[in-house]
Design a binder for this molecule. Structure first.
Ligand code: XMP
Length: 511
């Protein structure tokens, strides 16, 4: 799959030519000419959308949810990974507050597993009240009961505690003891055999122990069923969902990274507004010194120089986008930035055959722009506002009165908040900007804003619709996979690229 997932190599003259064509332009400035379709079906289950997130991580679907505190926490990251992409947990927690971010990573890593290598445990003499607290805190309904040497003694489930006063009574009173459990002892167990044992013995949980009876892992029927239902899910070698997490470039960033790595995070993102900077240079050097080759994404940049700068300093992927984001005001407040289509082509050109993927970050407002982002430079695309207001986005629903123009009636509409990570509201919450330890709020140059987004259904539905539309783009482009669409485009970009006049743009998008 790695082969199919790679961005095709592009000859220098072709990409320079395209760069000149798209200079100063973004997604809506171009439309692509259709070709003879060659796919019998536009079903994302049969069209290969695999792509590279970073040097060592491949995804089956090219979507990444943005590390914004109104977009990606565990629920969003779980949906994204289950649908074949990945979510990046934001760093919008106060400095020093590392645990809450770590907990989000842990929740994702424990959601769906092949073998749960480190299940939640409790001692036999702990009280039922303690057990109840561990269950509530972790969100799991089964605890493995072990002694001080990790030897398996039993299982305690929520069911065992139903209708029981959860006071000082010991766990040993209610657990199912070892002699009544089906256990796999010694040697590795593949998921197929685990499934067979669970079917034959009609059990839902299968603990695995070594020859000395020490707990090695736990397999649950629920996870096996989910594994089957989600063949595209993004998983690590142990079958757990993958997740990324963002850190800054100053303050507690190394300590934060260490804790996130300990919790099993798959990739760290050093994310600052201006990634082509000495702050980033120092952060990358320190990170590599301390964590070796842990998978690392860095950004944001929007120029060829910025891309080379990050690649030369060891980034495993480069996040591209200065100012296109829906919650972003950088271009208004600073007059700096690069139109996103130009940025993608320019950064793709700089990445060349380095093997370092590009993440197209921001500005994808309509589904069609996703195809452009992925053809013209992005190996994957990061989206924020597209997922704002969904069930999985963090934040409370607030009801606002909205005047309906037709009937002049006022109705209450549910909203959720989307805010730029550099908005004054987000900064106030985490009191942390990348270049200073202590700041006066009034002196912060905010580069983001807060907006209300109507609450809508699940992000899963949105991802699936996006993927269907992406497959339609592949069909219109005369290709049978994402990789092939890119190859066809870059073999002859002029056959595809049509610059839209203002009236063509109106014809395309005004509805
Ligand atoms: P979309 O358009 O998908 O973009 O909402 C998501 C990306 O926007 C960036 N972002 C910001 N950029 N100030 C900025 O300059 C901000 O406050 C801000 N908040 C988010 C970020 O790259 C995100 O992935």
């Amino acid at each position: 799959m790695a082969e199919a997932a790679a961005f095709p190599s592009i000859d220098e003259r072709t990409i320079r030519d395209v760069l000149e064509t798209v200079r100063g332009c973004t997604f809506d400035d171009f439309i692509l000419a259709p070709r003879r379709s060659v796919v019998p079906s536009r079903d994302p289950a049969v069209i290969d959308l695999s792509c590279r997130l970073s040097r060592r991580i491949t995804l089956k679907r090219p979507i990444v949810s943005a590390n914004m505190d109104t977009v990606t926490r565990a629920p969003m990251a779980i949906v994204q990974a289950e649908e074949g992409g990945i979510g990046i947990i934001d760093r919008g927690f106060r400095p020093g507050e590392i645990d809450p971010q770590v907990r989000e990573v842990e929740i994702v890593k424990r959601t769906q597993h092949g073998v749960i290598g480190d299940p939640y445990k409790i001692g036999a003499s702990s009280t039922l009240a303690d057990a109840s607290m561990v269950m509530a805190h972790s969100g799991v309904g089964t605890l493995v009961v072990v002694d001080g040497d990790r030897r398996l003694l039993g299982l305690l489930t929520e069911r065992d505690m139903r209708f029981v006063t959860r006071g000082d009574a010991p766990v040993s009173e209610r657990m199912t003891p070892l002699d009544r459990l089906v256990v796999h002892r010694g040697g590795p167990l593949d998921l197929e055999n685990a499934e067979r044992i669970m079917r034959e013995r009609k059990i839902k949980k299968l603990p695995i122990v070594d020859d000395a009876g020490r707990l090695v892992g736990l397999i649950t029927a629920r996870d096996l069923v989910r594994q089957r239902r989600m063949p595209f899910a993004t998983r690590d070698a142990q079958g757990r969902l993958r997740v990324g997490a963002a850190i800054g470039a100053t303050g507690d960033y190394l300590e934060r990274a260490a804790e996130l790595i300990r919790a099993g995070v798959d990739v760290i993102v050093i994310d600052i507004a201006h990634g082509h900077s000495i702050v980033m240079e120092r952060a990358l050097a320190e990170f590599r010194k301390r964590f070796g080759d842990v998978e690392l994404i860095a950004g944001n940049v929007a120029t060829a120089d910025g891309t080379r700068f990050l690649i030369e300093r060891g980034a495993d992927a480069v996040k591209v986008g200065i100012g296109p984001g829906g919650g972003c005001t950088t271009r208004m407040t600073t007059s700096f930035g690069v139109p996103q289509l130009q940025a993608l082509v320019e950064c793709r050109m700089a990445a060349g055959d380095s093997g370092v993927p590009i993440i197209a970050d921001g500005g994808i407002k309509r589904h069609g722009a996703l195809a452009e982002a992925l053809i013209l430079g992005g190996d994957t695309a990061m989206l924020g506002s597209a997922f704002a207001g969904t069930e999985e986005a963090p934040g409370e629903i607030v009801h606002k009165s909205v005047l309906l123009p037709e009937s002049q009636k006022t109705v209450k509409v549910p909203f959720k908040v989307l805010r730029g990570m550099a908005s004054i509201e987000a900064i106030r919450d985490r009191l942390d900007v990348e270049d200073a330890d202590k700041v006066e709020l009034e002196e912060i140059g905010a580069e983001g804003m807060e907006i209300s987004v109507p609450a809508r259904g699940s992000a899963r539905t949105i991802v699936r619709e996006m993927l269907e539309h992406l497959c339609s783009s592949i069909s219109y482009g005369g290709a049978s996979s994402l990789g092939e669409l890119r190859a066809l485009f870059w073999a002859d970009p002029r056959q595809f690229l049509i610059r839209q006049s203002p009236s063509a743009r109106r014809e395309s998008y005004d509805r």
